[in-house]
Design a protein around this ligand. Structure first.
Ligand SMILES: [Zn+2]
Ligand SMILES: [Zn+2]
Length: 249
């Protein structure tokens, strides 16, 4: 089990206990006062009243004890390295934990929160974070893997960095997008293509009869990839080719 907990969780448990025990105590005291009112002329109910009074007061006191514990909960402020939200923990963290605000896993090593580095997804340009503990980095937005590699210069300290040739690299090559197939959503695909290529319906239909067909040429890889995803939503199968060496990508 982890040696630390979220302060808010601990307080919730204590408050719940205090509330339950406290209500129980009040209920017993109300009952005791009823017993006192109807104790009878010969005071036959008096011993029961006294027993109930002691139990009721005991429970209320116990509830108060729990409330006091809340004030004594240890707080170790642990700032989220992603969103800087202050996570209050009951002890110094000794393992990774989720940020209460942004829900990201905060990396912890040797009792210290690791620094995170930023990288933009090479595909969708979303800002992502990684630390030296990150093994596989998946883009938060599009779920594609952003490759990271160990720094060769310093193998003892496995500080991760972004592999060369990825992330946001300026790819000056031009690409073409070739539509090679279509699935069942033909109508959807037609309207998507009409929109994409500014063609009329008949032109698009004719195009689909002549697959494979080069849709666009001289576009950046990023644009080609975005269009490829849009087409795949409508079951369109496409291929991106570099115009310099004609290899399928
Ligand atoms: Zn956060
Ligand atoms: Zn992405």
């Amino acid at each position: 089990m982890r040696s630390f907990q979220r302060v808010s969780d601990v307080i919730e448990v204590l408050a719940e206990k205090a509330l339950m025990v406290g209500f129980g105590g009040i209920f017993v005291l109300v009952f005791a006062s009823l017993v006192f009112n109807y104790k009878g002329a010969d005071n036959a109910g008096l011993p029961l009243f006294i027993v109930l009074l002691i139990i009721g007061l005991g429970l209320v006191g116990f509830a108060g004890f729990h409330l006091l514990q809340i004030r004594k909960v240890e707080r170790v402020a642990s700032d989220c390295p992603y969103c800087t939200y202050r996570n209050d923990l009951t002890a110094v963290p000794d393992s990774d934990f989720l940020c209460q605000s942004c829900n990201r896993l905060i990396p912890v090593k040797d009792g210290a929160i690791l620094k995170v580095d930023q990288v933009r997804c090479g595909f969708c340009n979303t800002l992502n974070y990684y630390s030296e503990k990150t093994d596989v980095l998946l883009c938060e937005e599009c779920n594609r893997e952003i490759p990271i590699a160990t720094d060769e210069d310093d193998p003892d300290r496995p500080r991760k960095r972004i592999a060369a040739g990825f992330a946001v690299t300026d790819d000056d090559d031009l690409y073409e997008l070739i539509l090679t197939g279509k699935g069942g959503k033909t109508e959807e695909l037609i309207s998507a293509l009409q929109h994409m290529l500014a063609l009329n319906r008949n032109q698009v239909k004719q195009m689909l009869d002549e697959l494979p067909v080069t849709m666009l040429t001289g576009i950046t890889k990023k644009k080609a990839e975005i269009l490829q995803v849009q087409l795949s939503i409508h079951d369109g199968i496409s291929e991106i080719r570099s115009m310099s060496n004609n290899q399928p990508r």
